[in-house]
Ligand binder design. Structure first.
Ligand code: NAP
Length: 526
């Protein structure tokens, strides 16, 4: 990293452009050093969106899914070639360990490759067929089909600070495959990685003009410049989500909005999981991993730990034993297992959240004070110790179900019986993911059914997959990402299903001969 902060330009209307002044300064959360600045002040967003609608649409629309899949694959190749540089940026700007950086960078590359393969599978088709033809009247040759056709606007992707790499590409992969140009707006605090990646992709000429734009700095008048052909995919806090969804222009033009917001995710240990068993081990291992990977800054991280009341002591001992020995520090040191939060503002917000949780829960380890760490200046860094809390009484507890500490903190919630556990989990108000761990498959199946309506994804771990599963918090492109209620009520990824957001679904009624000719250029969604 250079001593003078770099200015991150935006890539709009097919050229790199600089906003006026400085809106935000990006820092290294270990040393407090200034790394870069961003500003979107004065940038012409109307022209940028017009350019993407015109140029980006023109080139992408002339391609079939297989051709666009190749573009998506080409982006993955550029990123793979530059991976080492991205890792250094993620360590410096996000305080990532190498493992954290891999989840962000390789997760993005893997998702691009996955959608490139899906594109190859869709072949030369230009539309998608959602359902088989249905007969509508007595005449056999009068039928209807449901087609999905790519939308004609721009997809505006607004991302959170915690996954500057993965979030950018998991959205762009689907959008580009669908044929919809992207304008990406990374969160300002960690925009360095998205900027570096997009700069490489543009320099390599991997995408046609207008297919990918980048806005570094605040959103400013972005939402005001949208038309009814455009879309917004937003990831971030519930508060900002309300502002995005409720923006007067978004409301007036009925701009489709997908929201991925925050979530108080649960992990549950079944009563039959003995402390010496594989399910118990998997539960403890996964909970510790979820609390410490990316210093707990994952929207999918475990925040509430549900355990049978009689096992709360054993679980608290097992978790705190591992958390206390997790090496926290500068991620540049090989033995560091957990780095800092991304900014001191996030650190302050996490401490505030821990204090609120501590009003109704006892702190088992960690807490709301910056930890003492060798060679690290507490006044400049953004560290939070792995913090385990234990609820005193479940009856009137509210904060544990309502406060998202976006850091390495989670609370043990003792439960008494299946119905009690399901009712307590539902108090989260809708979550991205839950995981359940036990030996008894009937119990796991019942629990999945009970809590399913308030979740977008559930991981059920029995001993058969105790060491084989992909993890509670890792979002697989094959699976739905999103959750009801508080989690934003959005849906992303999930294989071909993810393409729906970027398509207009319509029924076409006509003669079976006409419908057959339309089907000839369509690929089946199923
Ligand atoms: P945030 O403050 O809500 O910001 C998210 C994005 O919205 C940033 O790019 C931000 O830009 C932008 N933004 C802020 N105000 C805006 C406005 N008025 N109009 C349009 N865009 C606006 O969230 P964050 O602090 O970056 O991220 C942390 C939160 O995201 C956590 O609550 C976490 O749970 C959630 N999250 C959810 C998921 C998921 O998939 N469900 C994934 C990751 C994170 P600036 O940075 O320039 O202000």
């Amino acid at each position: 990293m250079s001593a003078t902060p770099e200015t991150l330009d935006s890539y709009l209307s097919g050229r790199w452009q600089r906003g006026q002044g400085i809106e935000s300064t990006l820092i290294d959360p270990v040393s407090g050093d200034e790394l870069a600045t961003v500003s979107a002040k004065g940038l012409d967003l109307n022209s940028a969106l017009e350019f993407a609608r015109r140029e980006g649409q023109r080139s992408l629309r002339n391609m079939n899914y297989a051709e666009r899949g190749k573009l998506v694959g080409a982006v993955a190749d550029v990123l793979t070639a530059n991976r080492a540089r991205y890792e250094a940026i993620a360590i410096a700007n996000s305080g990532n360990t190498k493992m954290d950086a891999a989840i962000d960078i390789d997760g993005g590359i893997g998702t691009l490759k996955y959608y490139a393969r899906l594109g190859a599978g869709l072949g030369e088709a230009r539309t998608l067929l959602d359902e088989k033809p249905v007969r509508l009247a007595k005449a056999e040759n009068y039928q209807a089909i449901h087609l999905m056709v790519p939308r004609r606007g721009v997809a505006v992707h607004i991302n959170a600070f915690n996954f500057p790499g993965w979030a950018l590409w998991e959205k762009a992969a689907v959008s580009l495959l669908a044929g919809v140009p992207v304008l990406a707006k990374p969160a300002s605090a960690t925009a360095l990685l998205a900027h570096a990646m997009i700069k490489d992709v543009i320099a390599a000429g991997a995408l046609p003009a207008g297919a990918l734009s980048l806005l570094c700095g605040s959103a400013g008048g972005l939402l005001e410049a949208l038309t009814s052909e455009d879309l917004v995919a937003f990831t971030g806090s519930a508060d900002t989500a309300v502002r995005v969804r409720g923006h007067p222009n978004v409301v007036a033009k009925n701009v489709p909005v997908n929201i991925e917001a925050d979530s108080i995710n649960a992990a549950l240990l079944a009563p039959d999981a003995s402390p010496a068993g594989a399910a118990f081990d998997a539960f403890v291992r996964e909970t510790v991993r979820e609390m410490t990977v990316k210093a707990g800054q994952k929207c999918t991280a475990i925040r509430r730990i549900f355990v049978p009341a009689e096992m709360a002591d054993a679980v608290a001992d097992a978790l705190s034993g591992k958390l206390k020995t997790t090496k926290v520090g500068d991620p540049r040191q090989a033995d560091t297992r957990m780095g800092p939060l991304v900014t001191r503002a996030q650190q302050a917000a996490a401490f505030e959240g821990i204090r609120r949780l501590a009003c109704e829960a006892a702190i088992v380890c960690g807490g709301a004070d910056a930890p003492e760490l060798d060679g690290i200046d507490k006044a400049k860094s953004a560290f939070v110790a792995p913090t385990l809390l234990r609820l005193k009484s479940t009856d009137n507890a509210r904060a544990v179900h309502e406060v998202e500490v976006f850091g390495p903190a989670a609370t043990i919630v003792p439960y008494r019986g299946e119905q009690d556990a399901a009712a307590l989990i539902a108090r989260g108000g809708g979550s991205l993911v839950a995981s359940v761990y036990g030996e008894d498959k009937d119990f796991l199946a019942r629990m999945v059914s009970e809590i399913a309506p308030s979740h977008g994804r559930i991981l059920a771990v029995d001993p058969a997959i105790a060491t084989a599963h992909t993890g509670h918090g890792i979002v697989m492109p094959q699976c739905n990402h999103g959750g009801p209620g508080r989690a934003g009520a959005g849906e992303e990824l999930g294989g071909l299903f993810g393409l729906r957001f970027y398509h207009q679904r319509l029924a076409v009624q006509g003669s079976s001969e006409l419908l057959a000719s339309l089907q000839a250029t369509a690929a089946s969604m199923h």
